[in-house]
Design a protein around this ligand. Structure first.
Ligand SMILES: [Ca+2]
Ligand SMILES: [Zn+2]
Ligand SMILES: [Zn+2]
Length: 305
């Protein structure tokens, strides 16, 4: 959880995260140790918890129609449904599974169903759906009317100018609903630092190769707060080519950068999983608009669309 009240849980992470293009294994090793030492990283939004398993080489190739790798299901639940430790048996897989069923408005059984397995198999955002410190409990948000961003590194899949345009478009999608202005910086430190990176990239949440986790972002705050990272091991597209729709994922991640957590409304851009169909000609759902306007209020000239 990143917020104004954040403690200095990861004091060394501010700068490496600002250098996304340069993954440094030595930093990663240090940070992984830090995670081990600080299992309750209350100062930071919990993203890809327990990534060691996720990064281990897979023994079998994961295909879209392959049966679920059941050994990874507990890992999924640990990563995205970290439980409230105050509850008895909070860490049991059954409790986590029930939390997942609750999030997706499925019957609460605590038993793996085909629908749950189907959801688990989808590529998704790395931010947990339900976790003790990921629910943005203090509602962190930007207090300035002008929020700055900077694109630190690019994907090799798209021309730089396309990435610039799509990021600007993603910000515009949000700014049409709220009275914030987003200003791009070419250098220096911006509120929202954006970049592409693969595997370990300077924060405690290394990416996982092609598929599975597509991106993650941090809630508003200092340091890593607001930053949005995209997995360079994905094939990114502007919506025309084959691959993951960058505009859609960027709009989703910037929702986190602005302070929104995941929505269980399947029509919402803030829904945690990604599908090619949903990303086509998408727009903010009423749920997304309600959420963002709860934080920032309405834009006065919101008719200007
Ligand atoms: Ca990935
Ligand atoms: Zn997300
Ligand atoms: Zn990251």
């Amino acid at each position: 959880m990143i917020g104004p009240t954040s403690g200095p849980a990861f004091p060394n992470l501010g700068n490496p995260a600002k250098e996304l293009g340069i993954p440094r294994e030595s930093d990663f090793e240090g940070q992984r140790n830090l995670i081990t030492e600080l299992p309750q990283d209350r100062g930071k939004q919990r993203l890809l918890e327990g990534t060691n398993k996720a990064c281990a080489p897979r023994t079998q190739r994961k295909g879209a129609v392959a049966p679920p790798e059941t050994e990874n299901l507990p890992d999924y639940l640990k990563r995205f449904y970290s439980s409230d430790s105050k509850i008895k048996n909070a860490n049991s897989l059954e409790v986590r599974l029930k939390r997942m069923e609750g999030f997706f408005h499925l019957p609460i059984t605590g038993i793996l169903s085909p629908r749950i397995i189907e959801i688990m198999e989808k590529p998704r955002c790395g931010v947990p759906d339900v976790a003790e410190f990921s629910l943005f409990p203090n509602h962190p948000k930007w207090t300035s009317k002008v929020v700055t961003y900077r694109i630190m590194s690019y994907t090799s899949d798209l021309p730089h100018i396309t990435v610039n345009q799509l990021v600007a478009k993603a910000f515009k999608i949000w700014s049409e609903a709220i009275p914030l202005t987003f200003k791009r910086l070419r250098w220096g430190t911006a509120d929202i630092m954006i970049g592409f990176a693969r595997r370990a990239h300077g924060d405690p949440y290394p990416f996982d190769g092609p598929g599975a986790t597509l991106a993650h972002a941090f809630a508003p705050g200092p340091g890593l707060g607001g930053d949005a990272h995209f997995d360079e091991d994905e094939r990114w597209t502007d919506g025309i080519g084959i691959g993951v729709n960058f505009l859609y994922v960027a709009t989703h991640e910037l929702g986190h950068s602005l302070g929104l957590s995941h929505s269980s409304d399947p029509n919402a851009v803030m829904y945690p999983t990604y599908s090619k169909e949903d990303s086509k000609n998408f727009k903010l759902s009423q749920d997304d608009i309600n959420g963002i306007q709860l934080l920032y209020g309405k834009r006065n000239d919101s008719r200007k669309k």
